[in-house]
Design a protein around this ligand. Structure first.
Ligand SMILES: Cc1cc2nc3c(=O)[nH]c(=O)nc-3n(C[C@H](O)[C@H](O)[C@H](O)COP(=O)(O)OP(=O)(O)OC[C@H]3O[C@@H](n4cnc5c(N)ncnc54)[C@H](O)[C@@H]3O)c2cc1C
Length: 381
């Protein structure tokens, strides 16, 4: 059993950290305040190979695995969770769905530009009335002239406006529930496929979250992704990988908040000494460090299992659930350690706290993760 990153993985972690420090950190507050989605980062992330970490070089990727991928997401999120979630949605949802279930020609046409970072990806499962219960998908797919006509909408879609490629799901037979759902690939600019309302969010405000609308949108059968009726099953498998990246997002945000609290506790003096000399503050820092470590271990266990080709439904949910709840707690304590200043935008603690909350919601809420873990435990006692 190995608990350390290899020297190469450690070097990669440090180079992502430097990149985040120089290219992202100076803009974090402004992007958050103005809800600016930093599309200008895309070529820089692409140049470092950070938009295709998981995919083989033959498809334009970096040829690495989940251990490296979660390391990247953690380091980006340590500085700005908005960039972390953006890379995560692009990679382990959209691009990975095409990598796992696309035909060779779909991989050449769509995955290569996505993995090399020339194109940006989105993945749309959630609908206004089908969130936790995605099997209730209402967006419809009707076969016509050898292709498909899609009608409906998706909401809360990361990159709905800027994505060049969107994987989305529609039902051809609602009576079949999950077994009537099929995946499709949509290209930006396709007639009848358009972005809609952008959300004004609590946190992760520099990530773009918006709706997409399908109005008599015609796509050829070549754009069907995976077998007919397998869209939901495939999407659940994709979420097994995606949830490890939400664990990484949560760990990165928590780590950033913890470091800011540690720094502040050394600088801030009360009663004639730095507040980190008070045991009450030391115990908070101890709990924060311990919880982050435990979350990171669950994250790496799930990532290593994924790299070993093992099924990770339970381990991904455990990592995601634990890390996201740790993240919210750690960020709240970071605000507390900053006192009144933690409640202002002069310090980063309040932003980390706002950003952390998404981790308990996106890619399946905490309640849904507990249901998944319980189901898996009861299935394989
Ligand atoms: C910033 C952001 C980015 C997102 N990005 C994407 C994206 O790129 N693609 C995408 O497809 N989706 C995306 N989502 C959507 C996200 O996955 C959903 O919001 C999430 O799955 C929850 O669905 P919902 O919001 O409809 O909540 P609901 O399903 O309505 O849940 C409301 C509450 O009820 C609880 N609940 C529901 N069912 C049960 C049950 N059976 N038992 C117990 N409790 C239950 C939930 O846990 C929750 O607390 C994003 C969301 C956000 C906020």
């Amino acid at each position: 059993m190995e608990f350390e990153l290899s020297e190469e993985q450690q070097q990669m972690k440090m180079s992502v950290r430097e990149f985040a420090q120089s290219e992202i950190a100076p803009h974090v507050s402004e992007w958050d305040e103005t809800q600016h989605f930093p599309i200008e980062l895309q070529p820089k992330l692409a140049e470092l190979g950070l938009l295709g970490v998981l995919f083989p070089e033959q498809y334009g990727g970096s040829g690495l695995g989940y251990v490296e991928y979660v390391t990247v997401i953690e380091e980006l999120s340590r500085v700005d969770g908005s960039v972390g979630i953006s890379v995560a949605a692009h990679t382990s949802l959209c691009s990975n769905h095409i990598f796992q279930f696309g035909s060779e020609s779909q991989k050449q046409k769509y995955l290569v530009p996505l993995a090399s970072g020339n194109h940006l990806g989105a993945w749309g499962l959630t609908e206004p009335s089908a969130g936790s219960d995605a099997s209730g998908t209402r967006t419809s797919a009707v076969k016509q002239n050898g292709g498909w006509v899609i009608n409906g909408s998706k909401n809360f879609i990361t990159h709905a406006i800027h994505a060049d490629t969107c994987v989305a799901f529609a039902s051809s037979d609602r009576s079949k529930r999950s077994k009537g759902i099929t995946g499709f690939i949509f290209e930006k600019g396709t007639k009848g496929f358009s972005p809609s309302k952008k959300e004004n969010k609590l946190g992760l405000r520099a990530s773009e979250t918006a709706s997409v609308v399908f109005e008599d949108c015609q796509v050829p059968d070549d754009n069907r992704l995976g077998d007919e009726g397998m869209g939901f099953v495939n999407a659940m498998e994709i979420l097994d990988g995606g949830r490890i990246s939400i664990a990484a997002l949560a760990v990165g945000i928590a780590q950033g908040a913890y470091e800011s609290a540690l720094r502040y506790s050394a600088e801030r003096q009360q009663f004639g000494k730095p507040i980190q000399e008070f045991q009450a503050i030391q115990f908070k820092l101890a709990d924060m460090a311990m919880q982050i470590d435990a979350a990171r271990l669950l994250m790496y266990r799930a990532a290593a299992m994924k790299d070993a080709g093992r099924k990770t439904t339970k381990e991904s949910s455990m990592a995601k659930l634990f890390a996201s709840e740790v993240s919210v707690r750690v960020c709240e304590e970071a605000v507390q350690i900053h006192g009144g200043y933690g409640y202002t935008k002069d310090y980063p603690a309040e932003k980390y706290w706002r950003d952390s909350k998404l981790c308990t919601i996106g890619e399946g809420t905490s309640e849904i993760q507990r249901m998944i873990i319980a189901r898996e435990i009861l299935k394989h006692p």
